[in-house]
Ligand binder design. Structure first.
Ligand code: ADP
Ligand code: ZN
Length: 623
C-alpha cells in the first residue's frame, strides 16, 4: 500500500484533491515536521492529521495519538474512520475497565492507526509509560492536538488539562506534533505556541472566510416572532442550532418551538449527562431537528448539513460568534447565520464583564472584544468585511450578507445623540442634588419624548431643559441611538437598575465633531432567498435543487438505504455518505463498481462494503 499522501486521500477517503493548505500541511507533517494549523470550522482540519497518521503507520512509524477534549464525539469520529477502513479507537471515561484494557492491548500490539484520547488521560503515568514503551520501539508516529486553543486562558474554552500537554514535547522530542484550531486571534495563537512549545512549528494560516454562510443581524423586536418567521420562511424542515444565553431560556424556547410544531431539543450544562448525550446523538442522527442550546453545545460537532445557526442573545465576542456560526454549512452548501440583538443584550453583556471576579486587565480585554462585536452588529456596511478584518484579513464587500443584499438606509443621528447625552448629563446633575437615583433607558426616552409619567412628575423632570426635545423621534429610534452610544462607550448602564451615566469620551461628542450615522430599523427586511431553490419542499426532505425529478427519486432511495445502514452501525447517516456524495450518485447513475468508485467521497473500503448494494438501489429506481 502506498504511503503517498495523495494516493491515501484518493484510495481511503475517495476525494480527488487536497483543499487549500492541506497538501502542504500533510507533506510537512509526513516528513516529521511540527505544524500549527489555523483553519476555520469546516475547512478540513481532520484530514490534515488523518492522512499523515495513515502514511506514517504505513511507513512503519506507528500510531498517531489524537488529543481532543470532545469525549462525547469520539465514538462517531472513530466510527467514521472504521467506515473508511482505518483502525482507530478511543480512550476516555465512557469506557469500562475491560474495554479500555482491550484498546490498550491493541495499542501496544501496533494494531491501531489512530488513538483518540482526552488530555487528562494522555498525561496519566499509566498512559505515559505505555507511550514510553511504544516510543522505544519507534512506534509512536505523531501527536495531533485538536482544539489547541483550549490551552489558552484568553480563549473561550480554556481547559487546564491542556497545560499538561507540554510533556509530549519534553518526553518525545523526536515525535512530530500537529496542533489544530479554528480560533484565529493573535493572543491565542501566541499562547498555543508558547504553552505547547511549538516554537519550531511551521504555522499554516488559512483564509477564515466561509463564503457559503450568509450573515444577518436584526434588531430585536419580539424576538420569538422574528425567530419563528426565520425558521418557517427560510428553513422549514432543516437542521439548525438556536443559541440562547441561559439554561432557563433554552428550556423555554425549545418547549415553545415544539408547541409551534417545530421539532426542537434543549441542550445545556445543567442537563443530566445522559440526556445531553441523547439529544446530541439525536441531532446528529436524525434529520431536520433544531437544537436549542447554550454555548455548552457545539464544539467539534461535525454534522455537515447544519443549515442555520440563530442567536437569540448576543455572544461574548466575535471569536465566539464566528465559532458558533461556523457550525453552519460545513458541507459548503448555502447556510445562514442569523442573530437578533437589542439594548438589553448590550447592557447584560457589559454587566457580566463588570460583575465577573476576573482581574482588571482581563476585564479590559473582554470589554474591547465586546465593543468589536457591537460595532459589527451596528454596522451598515458589509458584515463579512468586518469579520474578516477582525481576524486580520482584508476583503471586498461579499454580496452575501444582509447589508450587502439590502443596504440599510441610514439617518444622521448626531444631533439626537447630543440630545440624549445632555439629558443624561442633567440626570447626573440632578442626582448630585438629590442623591443617587436610578434613571435608566426607559425614563430617558420618556423624558426626551416629553411623556408625563409618574416618574417624571416625581422628580419634576418636566422642568429639565431636555424635556420633550426629542418628540420627533420614535421610541425605537431612541433605543437605537442609546444602543449605539453604549456600544461606542460614551454611555454606561450601571448597577442593578442600569442607571445611565456618561463616560469621559461623551464630552467630545457633546462638543461636536464626529457625525453619527445609524441604521434605519427595518420592520421586515426584504430577504433574498438562499440560492438553493425552495427549502423544505417536504419536511426534512430537502434535496439538491439541481436534480431532475427522476434523480430526486434516486436520491431519496439512496437516503433511505443510508438511514438503514446508519442505524445498523449506530452512526450518524453522514458518516456513511454525505448528502453531496449521494446526490452525485443519483445524478451520474453509475452502472458499475468502477464508475461508482469515481464518485467523490467513495473510497476503496466503502466501495467494497456498499458498492453492490448501491448499484442495486440505483437499478431498482431505473425500472
Ligand atoms: P474542520 O475539522 O476543519 O471543521 P472537517 O475536517 O470536518 O473540518 O472537514 C469539513 C468537511 O470537508 C468534511 O465533510 C470533510 O469530509 C470535507 N473535506 C475536507 N477536505 C476535503 C477534500 N480535500 N476534498 C473533499 N472534501 C473534503
Ligand atoms: Zn457583505
Amino acid at each position: 500500500m502506498s504511503s503517498a499522501p495523495l494516493s491515501i486521500l484518493q484510495e481511503v477517503f475517495g476525494y480527488g484533491a487536497f483543499r487549500g493548505h492541506q497538501a502542504e500541511i500533510v507533506e510537512h507533517v509526513c516528513a516529521g515536521g511540527d505544524a500549527l494549523v489555523l483553519m476555520p470550522t469546516g475547512g478540513g482540519k481532520s484530514l490534515c492529521y488523518q492522512v499523515p497518521a495513515i502514511a506514517r503507520q504505513r511507513a512503519g512509524h506507528g500510531v498517531t495519538v489524537v488529543v481532543s477534549p470532545l469525549i462525547a464525539l469520539m465514538h462517531d469520529q472513530v466510527g467514521a474512520l472504521e467506515e473508511v477502513g482505518v483502525h482507530a479507537a478511543f480512550l476516555n471515561s465512557t469506557l469500562s475497565f475491560e474495554e479500555a484494557q482491550q484498546i490498550e492491548r491493541d495499542l501496544m500490539n501496533g494494531r491501531l492507526t489512530l488513538l483518540y484520547a482526552a488530555p487528562e488521560r494522555v498525561t496519566t503515568p499509566r498512559f505515559l509509560a505505555q507511550m514510553d514503551s511504544l516510543h522505544q520501539r519507534g512506534l509512536l508516529g505523531l501527536f495531533a492536538i485538536d482544539e489547541a486553543h483550549c490551552v489558552s486562558q484568553w480563549g473561550h474554552d480554556f481547559r487546564s488539562e491542556y497545560l499538561g500537554l507540554s510533556v509530549l514535547h519534553e518526553r518525545y522530542a523526536s515525535v512530530p506534533r500537529i496542533a489544530l484550531t479554528a480560533t484565529a486571534d493573535e493572543h491565542t495563537r501566541a499562547d498555543i505556541i508558547e504553552r505547547l512549545q511549538l516554537g519550531e512549528a511551521r504555522v499554516f494560516i488559512s483564509s477564515f472566510d466561509r463564503p457559503n454562510i450568509r450573515y444577518t443581524i436584526v434588531e430585536k423586536d419580539e424576538p420569538r416572532r422574528q425567530l419563528l418567521r426565520f425558521l418557517r420562511d427560510e428553513h422549514e424542515g432543516e437542521a439548525g442550532v438556536v443559541y440562547c444565553q441561559s439554561r432557563k431560556k433554552v428550556e423555554e424556547t425549545a418547549a415553545w418551538l415544539n408547541d409551534e410544531g417545530i421539532a426542537a431539543l434543549p441542550y445545556h450544562a445543567g442537563l443530566d449527562a445522559a440526556v445531553r448525550q441523547k439529544h446530541q446523538d439525536r441531532f446528529l442522527r436524525e434529520e431536520g431537528l433544531v437544537m436549542v442550546a447554550t454555548i455548552a453545545f457545539g464544539m467539534g460537532i461535525d454534522k455537515p448539513d447544519v443549515r442555520f445557526v440563530a442567536h437569540l442573545d448576543l455572544p461574548k465576542n466575535i471569536e465566539s460568534y464566528y465559532q458558533e456560526t461556523g457550525r453552519a454549512g460545513r458541507d459548503g452548501e448555502p447556510a445562514e447565520a442569523w442573530m437578533t440583538y437589542g439594548l438589553a443584550d448590550v447592557v447584560n453583556q457589559r454587566r457580566m464583564i463588570d460583575d465577573s471576579p476576573a482581574g482588571d486587565e482581563f476585564k479590559r480585554v473582554q470589554r474591547t472584544k465586546l465593543d468589536a462585536l457591537l460595532a459589527l452588529a451596528e454596522a451598515h456596511d458589509c458584515r463579512r468585511v468586518r469579520l474578516l478584518d477582525y481576524f486580520g484579513e482584508a476583503s471586498a464587500p461579499c454580496g452575501n450578507c444582509d447589508n450587502c443584499l439590502n443596504p440599510p438606509a441610514t439617518w444622521d443621528a448626531t444631533e439626537a445623540a447630543r440630545k440624549a447625552l445632555s439629558c443624561i448629563y442633567r440626570f447626573q446633575q440632578a442626582g448630585r442634588e438629590w442623591g443617587p437615583r436610578s434613571f435608566g433607558a426607559v425614563h430617558l426616552i420618556d423624558v426626551l419624548r416629553g411623556k408625563r409619567t409618574d416618574k417624571v412628575a416625581q422628580y419634576q423632570h418636566e422642568r429639565l431643559t431636555t424635556f420633550g426635545i426629542g418628540a420627533d423621534l420614535s421610541e425605537q429610534q431612541w433605543r437605537s441611538v442609546l444602543r449605539q452610544l453604549i456600544a461606542l462607550g460614551h454611555v454606561v448602564a450601571e448597577g442593578e437598575f442600569s442607571t445611565l451615566a456618561l463616560t469621559e469620551s461623551a464630552r467630545s461628542v457633546l462638543k461636536g465633531g464626529e457625525t453619527m450615522l445609524l441604521r434605519v430599523p427595518a420592520e421586515a427586511p426584504k430577504r433574498g432567498r438562499l440560492s438553493r431553490g425552495k427549502a423544505g419542499s417536504a419536511k426534512g426532505k430537502t434535496a439538491p435543487a439541481d436534480l431532475d425529478a427522476a434523480a430526486q427519486q434516486r436520491f431519496a432511495a439512496l437516503k433511505a438505504w443510508r438511514a438503514e445502514v446508519a442505524r445498523e452501525h449506530n452512526l450518524p447517516a453522514y458518516v456513511v455518505f454525505h448528502d453531496a456524495t449521494l446526490a452525485e450518485m443519483a445524478r451520474q447513475q453509475p452502472g458499475s463498481l468502477a464508475a461508482l468508485g469515481e464518485v467523490s467521497g467513495v473510497g476503496a473500503k466503502k466501495l467494497e462494503a456498499y458498492g453492490q448494494e448501491i448499484l442495486r438501489v440505483l437499478a431498482a429506481e431505473a425500472v
